[in-house]
Design a protein around this ligand. Sequence first.
Ligand code: GTP
Ligand code: SPV
Ligand code: MN
Length: 613
Amino acid sequence: MVAAVDQAMDAAGLTNPHVREYVNYWAELTGAERVEVVSASDDSRLIKESLAAGEILPAGDGLYYSRSYFKDTARSEERTIVASNNPSDAGVYNNWRSAEEMRPLLEGKMRGASAGKTMYVIPYLMAPPGSPLEAYAAGVELTDHRTVALHMIRMSRVGVDFVNNLADPNSFVRAVHVTGDLENLGQGTPEDQRYFVTIGDERTILHFGSSYGGNALLGKIAHGLRQAAYDGWASGEFLAEQFMLVGITDKKTGKKYHICGGFPSASGKTNLAMTLAPDALGDRYYVEFYGDDIAWLRVDPEDGKIYAINPEFGVFGVAKDTNAATNPGALDSVAPGTQSLFTNIAYNADTNEVWWEGKTPEPPADVTGWADWKGNLISERAEGDDSPWAHPNSRFTTTLANVPNIAADFENPKGVPIDAVIFGGRTRDREPLIRAITDLAEGVYDGLTLGAEATFAAEGVDGQLRYDPMSMRPFMAYPEGAYAAHWLKVIGQAKDQPIFAHVNWFQRDPEDGHFLWPGYRENLRPLLWLMELKNGEVKGRQTPVGIIPTKDELNLDGLEIKPEDLDTILTIDNDRWRQEMGHREKHLKQFDGLPESIWEAHRRITADLEAEG
Ligand code: GTP
Ligand code: SPV
Ligand code: MN
C-alpha cells in the first residue's frame, strides 16, 4: 500500500514530506483501499463520479442534491470534545478530555474503518492566500466520503500548493474524517459510537461517525473555529469567532463601515450578510458580503486597527424560509449553473426540482415524484402526516463568488477594518431591537451573556433557552475565563475601539406569536442607526443595558410595522431584565477566572436596573 500511496501523492505533486508521512500513517490505519489527492480542479470529475455512484442527484443545470443518513443531520454537541495535553485547558463548554485518552480511542474506532473505500486527501487553506494569519490556516483533511470532498472544494481553498510551500512545512492541521458504519453507530443512545475530537495543542482533528456538515467538513468548524480559537489564544495573536462580516457603504458621505458579529447557529448570520440589499433603503447605501459564519480578528501593529478576515471560501447556509422576499441573494447564489449542492431538502426525482419549507408559501400542489428529505414519497404518506418535507437543518452549499453582493475585495489578505461588533439571537421577549454598548468590558460581558433559543443546527435542542457565549458555545476550545481575558487583551490593543451592540430580530407577540420586527432585509435600519451613533450624529436614549434608538432616529421610510410593535421593541422591560440578571450571575459563576472588569460590568448594570426601579 505504501508504494501506491506514494505514487498517488507523486502524481498529484504533493511534496511536503510531513504531509506525506501523515497520509501514509492514516491510509495504513484506516485500511483505505486507495488514496486520491484532491485539488479544486478535480471538481467536475468528482461530480461525475458521484452522480454515477448515486451519491448525488441532479437538481437542475449545474446543481446537485444529496441526502445524509436520517440520524445524521446536524452537529452533535454532546459528542464533541476539545482535548489537549494540559488539564488546565478544561472549560465549561469544551468537554475537555486528555489527548492521551482520546488519540488511542479514536484510532481504535478508525482502525480498518475505511476498508474498501477511497481516502481523499484534501490539502486546504482557511484564509485568503497571503493573509498575516496564513500560518494558522493550512490543513489536510483526509476523508473516506466523496461528498465531503465536494463540499470542501466549495467551502475552502483546495490544492497541493497550499501545503507544499509552507514556511514551516510541519505547520498544517491534521484533520482526519472517517464516516463509520452510519447505520450501526447508536446515534443519540447511551451506546453512541461517534466522537468529534479536536486536540488543540497537537493541531489534530479526529472525527468519527458522521458525514454531515460541521461534523465532517473539518476545515470549516473544527479548524476554522475550534482549532483556530485555540491557536489564536495560544499564540496571543488573534480571535476566531462564529461571526458574519459585512461592509456598508454610504454613497452620500462615501464612508464604508465594516460590521462583524455572532448569532448562534441558525439564527440569521447568513441572512444578515446576504439580504441587506442595496435597494432596501432607496439608492443611498450598498452592502457587501464578506462572510456569514467565521471571522478571524487581529489588531494590525502598524495602524492599530482591528482587521477581520473570512477564512472560508463558500457558504453552507440554512435552506428553511429562504425565498425571494426573505433572502433573494441566497436564491441567486444557488441559481442554475452555480455548481451548488443541496442537502436534506425535498427532491423530485422526475423533474429534478427541489423544495424546502418557506421556499414558497405552500408545498408543490402536484406531489407526483416528490420525496421528503428521507427519500420517502409524499404521495405515499399516511393520512394526516404533515411532517416537514425538508429537514429543518437542511442546507445549501455554494462558493463565495456566487453570492451576488460578494465584496469586490473579499480576498484581500489583510481583511477589513472593523467598526462594530454585534451579538444577537432568537429571543422572543426582553431583548429590544438594538442596544448599543460603548465600553469594551461591557461589550465582552454582553457577548458572554448572549442567551437565545436553541435551534435545529444542533441535535435535539430546538426552542430551549440557553446561554451561548458570543455564539461560540458549540465551538469553545479553551476555558471561558481565559476566553474573556483574551478578548479584552486583543481588542484592548486597538487604537480605534469598535462599538458593540446587541440586536434581536425575533421578538414575538405573546398572544399570537407574530414577529414584532419584519426582519431580514429591514435589519439594515438598526445597523445604520448604530453607525450614526458611533459618528455622533444621533444620541439615542441611555438605559441600564445600553443605548437604544428613539423612534425618530430610526429610519422607518416605507417600513410596515404596527406602532405598538415598534414601541415594544424599543422599550426596556426593567422587571424582566432584573430577573435576567440573576440568571446571568449563575451562568457567569460557572466560569473560573473571569476577569474582574467583566464582573464590574455585571454589577454596574445590575445596580443601574435597581436604581431605575
Ligand atoms: P449557521 O449557518 O447555522 O451558523 O446559521 P446562521 O446564523 O447563518 O443562520 P441563517 O442566516 O441561515 O438563518 C437561519 C434561520 O433564521 C432561517 O430559517 C431564516 O429564515 C431565519 N431568519 C434569519 N433572519 C431572520 C429575521 O430577520 N427574522 C426572522 N423572523 N427570521 C430570520
Ligand atoms: C452551524 O451549525 O453553526 C453551521 C453549520 O454553521 S455546521 O457546518 O454544521 O456547523
Ligand atoms: Mn455556524
